[in-house]
Structures are given as structure tokens and as C-alpha cells.
Design a protein around this ligand. Structure first.
Ligand SMILES: [Zn+2]
Length: 136
């Protein structure tokens, strides 16, 4: 019985570094982009917002501003007026993650975006860090 417990304990300890390693290598979702006529579709927009655990409207506002484009959310995808390469869209998503999702202290994605008065604060649930972020 005791031996069994020790085995379990060993296994639990073995798993700690692995878990930390995995969450620190958070994968930014890959943008599924296609250009149709003069519009650019980000087909997996809702999935990206969900992976970031952010309001789709917040992500959309950021992308519109950063791309300097008009556009809207249509179902699960985002539609931008104008042509943007997949690399351009991916870069903006990457920057969004760095600014509004990943903790500035520990780099983990387990964060919440909280609005305090007129400023947004990125609060990390992993390490407890709080960092102000700009509005979008
Ligand atoms: Zn943190």
C-alpha cells in the first residue's frame, strides 16, 4: 500500500516539469486565411478567440485597428475589407497574444483580462502577476 503511494508520488513529481513545459510552449493558433475577391476571411476566428479565452469582439476590434481595415464577425469567421496575406494576419494574432493573452511575467496563457475603471489589467492565474494593458 505504501509502495503504491510512493509510486504515485514519483509519477506525480515526474509529471510536474512536463506540465510546466507544455503550458510555457503555448501554441498560437494558426490563422486559416483566404482571400475572396476584395475581402479577407479569417475562417477560424472564433476558435482563435476561444483558444485565447478572450471576447471575440475584443480580438476583432484589435485586428481591425491593426490591419487598418473595416470588417465584421460573420458566424465563426471574421471578414475584413481588403486583401491581407495569411502571414500578415498571423503576425497580428501573434502580437495580440503577446499583448493581451500571455502573462508578461511567466509567459503562460492562463490569464484574465479585467477592466478596472478605464484601464485593462492582465491578471495571471498561474503566477498572480498583474500588468496594465492598453485598451483597443
Ligand atoms: Zn504569470
Amino acid at each position: 500500500m505504501e509502495e503504491e503511494y510512493e509510486k504515485l508520488l514519483d509519477r506525480a513529481i515526474e509529471q510536474i516539469p512536463k506540465t510546466v513545459f507544455e503550458s510555457s510552449r503555448f501554441q498560437i493558433p494558426e490563422a486559416d486565411v483566404s482571400i475572396v475577391g476584395n475581402r479577407t476571411l479569417l475562417r477560424n476566428f472564433k476558435a482563435i478567440a476561444a483558444a485565447f479565452n478572450r471576447e471575440p469582439e475584443h480580438l476583432m476590434k484589435y485586428l481591425l485597428r491593426e490591419l487598418g481595415a473595416a470588417g465584421d464577425i460573420q458566424g465563426t469567421q471574421a471578414v475584413f475589407q481588403g486583401k491581407f496575406s495569411p502571414a500578415t494576419v498571423q503576425e497580428r494574432i501573434q502580437r495580440y497574444a503577446e499583448e493581451f493573452v500571455l502573462c508578461k511575467e511567466c509567459g503562460k496563457p492562463d490569464t484574465r483580462l479585467e477592466k478596472r475603471e478605464r484601464v485593462y489589467v492582465l491578471r495571471c492565474e498561474a503566477c498572480g502577476a498583474r500588468n496594465p494593458v492598453r485598451g483597443v
